[in-house]
Design a protein around this ligand. Structure first.
Ligand code: UDP
Length: 247
């Protein structure tokens, strides 16, 4: 038995979580679209934590394929472009479903835009039941509405699903005072309040997502998704991360 599978349920700092993965994270080094080797790597990390007893649901962005703002900048009507962005998130959700099921993890995709022949529609009580049965629920199509982002969709689903935390997997191990890739002396924060993030415009995620999580008192945990074992470490309170909460 490896370290991960030995975790007792009481060892979790966060038991039921929503993990938000940006669309760009799925590109790997390819520069566009979906890299299945990267999806497989994420799937293995998620599967290990689920096996250890965590309840995880996912929201995946669409920025690796299409962003509404980019379409609008080229003259498309914004709502139309946002619908295309939401469809991109459905493709990513199906790719992660394939990666998870290829390693034997049961999943369900639920879309905020009903697409009955492709996946289930979003039904909150059904999603909760899936999670209780050990399935990973992947929420696709964000909030289902234009002018929003998948960060806000993730915050909404985290609240609806009664999650203990919303985890935001990024390329760095937390929130910094400046972009650590451009400014190596930037400070990393262990803890922040929602108000810090909003008032100092720290750009962890959009303000509507942060305020929804603040109102629901759900901590935001920012961590490096690309580091092996990082998800499990964060769930058990050992990993390097920034926790954003009311205290
Ligand atoms: N989108 C939307 N409503 C939502 C969620 C997403 O209209 O509730 C659209 C929007 O056009 C956005 C695109 O879907 O640009 C992809 O989502 P996002 O930019 O949040 O993806 P990420 O940056 O996480 O990859």
């Amino acid at each position: 038995m490896n370290e991960t599978t030995e975790t007792s349920r009481s060892d979790f700092r966060y038991k039921r979580v929503l993990l938000k993965i940006s669309g760009e994270a799925l590109m790997g080094d390819t520069g566009f679209g979906i890299d299945m080797a990267t999806c497989d790597r994420f799937a293995r990390g998620i599967a290990a934590s689920v096996k250890a007893g965590a309840e995880i649901c996912l929201v995946i962005g669409g920025g690796n394929i299409f962003r509404g703002l980019a379409g609008a900048a080229q003259g498309m009507e914004r709502a139309q472009a946002d619908h295309m962005g939401m469809l991109a998130t459905v493709m990513n959700a199906l790719a992660m479903q394939s990666a998870l099921e290829a390693i034997g993890v049961p999943t369900r995709v639920q879309s905020a835009i009903p697409m009955h022949t492709v996946c289930e529609p979003f039904i909150r009580r059904k999603a909760i039941r899936h999670m209780e049965k050990g399935r990973i629920v992947i929420f696709a199509a964000g909030t289902g509405n234009p002018y929003f982002t998948t960060d806000t969709g993730a915050a909404l689903r985290a609240a609806e699903m009664g999650c203990d935390a919303m985890l935001k997997g990024t390329q760095v191990d937390g929130v910094y005072s400046a972009d650590p890739k451009k400014e190596p002396d930037a400070d990393r924060y262990d803890e922040l309040t929602y108000q810090d993030v909003l008032a100092r415009d720290l750009r962890v995620m959009d303000a509507s997502a942060v305020s929804l999580l603040r109102d629901s008192n759900i901590p935001i945990v920012v961590f490096n998704l690309h580091e092996e074992g990082s998800l499990h470490n964060v769930l058990t309170g050992q990993g390097v991360c920034t926790v954003i909460s009311n205290t």
